[in-house]
Design a binder for this molecule. Structure first.
Ligand SMILES: [Zn+2]
Ligand SMILES: [Zn+2]
Length: 294
């Protein structure tokens, strides 16, 4: 895992497509029932690590909590520290023992050990699921997204801090992208993570991410779409099935009529419904009920 330390922190949503593909991949691989078992996040008390705690015992304790949270019953994590370029690294072997190395900097930044381990233990979880994306970059985005969506990644966002001239950020997602995934999670489970933040910058990123996540719920043909979106949709429908660049929906011929496909606002799996006015659909993957005006 990478760490941006005292360097410029990237902002915005440059990885949004991969983040959304990661959320869909998680729902597909885990299924509805398993996703539901992650309805509560790891709590700050279980991740607390202060500078007077023993370094190794404390790191082992936090790793054990994450192993328990991700439900990796027989996995044992052995945590060590060494000088290295990256923030952390995990050796993905056959198990049940996994060796995690943390950068020496965490010896004096103990409160961020939970964040680093939330990412590394998720590598173990995805490795055991045999779920990966091709390419290191996409796979790291999958790992951050999965950690956040399944309740431990708020630690990674909270490790993002800026004060005066210095900044620190862990992981591969931008702060806003972490906020977005966290917001998607809290919309599914009705959980409010904002009370856990110790970093004001993390809180701000969460608020921005929530705005973005709400926009997903307001795209046509969903009835919650705004006036401008609906107008554009009506115009595109008149020209259908021609290409409609820049919009998330696609019209296709269906017998004498049309069908429209669009991403589910919860899991981003594509939904297909006939174009015939008001339609209620249910996403087969995440079971969200979608009110549409097609
Ligand atoms: Zn990683
Ligand atoms: Zn869905």
């Amino acid at each position: 895992m990478g760490v941006a330390n005292d360097g410029p922190v990237e902002h915005g949503y440059p990885h949004l497509e991969t983040v959304r593909a990661s959320i869909t991949a998680l729902w597909k691989r885990l299924s509805y029932d398993t996703v539901q078992t992650f309805s509560t996040s790891v709590v700050p008390a279980d991740m607390a690590f202060c500078d007077t705690d023993d370094l190794y015992l404390g790191a082992q304790r936090v790793a054990r909590e994450l192993v328990r949270h991700y439900r990796l019953p027989d996995a044992r994590l052995v945590v060590g520290f060494r000088e290295m370029q990256h923030a952390a690294n995990v050796e993905l072997a056959a198990g049940p023992e996994y060796f995690v190395e943390l950068n020496d900097r965490f010896r004096t930044h103990r409160r961020d050990i939970g964040a680093a381990l939330a990412h590394e233990v998720m590598h173990v979880y995805l490795h055991r699921l045999d779920l990966s994306f091709p390419g290191t970059r996409d796979n790291e985005i999958l790992t951050d997204t999965a950690a956040t969506y399944l309740g431990a990644g708020w630690l990674l966002l909270d490790a993002y801090r800026e004060d005066g001239a210095s900044s620190q950020k862990l992981g591969y997602l931008t702060p806003e992208e972490f906020g977005y995934v966290l917001a998607k999670r809290s919309l599914v489970f009705g959980e409010d993570p904002s009370v856990w933040f110790t970093s004001p910058q993390a809180y701000t990123a969460y608020v921005k991410g929530m705005d973005r996540a709400r926009q997903d719920e307001q795209q046509p043909p969903l009835t919650a779409a705004g006036w401008a979106g609906r107008r554009r949709y009506a115009r595109d429908r008149r020209h259908a099935p021609g290409p409609q660049p820049g919009v998330p929906y696609t019209f296709t011929p269906d017998g004498g009529g049309l069908r429209v496909s669009f991403p589910c606002p919860t899991c981003h799996q594509r939904i297909r419904v006939p174009v015939r006015g008001r339609v209620r659909a249910r996403c087969a993957l995440c079971r969200t009920v979608l009110e549409c005006d097609t």
